[in-house]
Design a protein around this ligand. Sequence first.
Ligand code: 13P
Length: 253
Amino acid sequence: MKKLIIGNWKMYPAGVKEAREKFVAIKKVAGTLKNVQTVVCPPFVFVGDLKKLATGHRCVLGAQNAWIENDGAYTGEVSPAMLSSMGLDYVIIGHSERRVLGETNELVNKKVIAGIKAGLTVVLCVGERERDTDGEYMKYIANQIRLALVGVSKKDLSNVIIAYEPIWAVGKNSIHPATTNDALEVTILVKKTLAYLYGKDVGTVPILYGGSVDAKNCAEFLAKSHVDGLLVGRSSLDATIFGEILKSAEKVK
Ligand code: 13P
């Protein structure tokens, strides 16, 4: 399976010109890599513009969020059907930065279902705020997965990717980066949780790690944490660094 490297641009960059330049530079590297699927998730407003530049399959666009309905009086929201109509394949759902704005497990679940129905691949984000020595965080993550997947059939799971992003390791205020072992532990937990929910023949649901991924640690996460890819924030906004991450991923067996 190709390594899946997703860049979550969050609410950056400030203008469309910069967004174009970054995307073109990333695409130039991504287009040369056979073993890596690159996805860039820009802010919604840049999607239409960047879509014109996104030729080929090796570097595609995704969205950072979507609403639970395909149309209606929902001021400020963007529907999964709209994203699909723009030719997008991926949508991030349940990112911790949206959960702090009030997104509950119940809303995340509705978004997961709406995204799948619209034909998108849903990148479901889970992760604990802090770790404890009793392993409560494991229950917390398993519960997030369980609640997000209520009503999602085994067949529909082929359109789901699970991204583990420990909140304490995300962003410039992160306490410290996660270790490859931290990520490995949750890779196993995700697999066990899916087997518990769907049976042993659940199939392959790709698992990503995200949180302070950079050009130095990316290969280690891919090789030692048994993840299928990475969800990259800050380092995806620097085309040179992101390019290095993509090239490292190409080399990991
Ligand atoms: P950072 O890579 O900036 O820590 O952000 C991770 C993230 O939230 C990606 O979705």
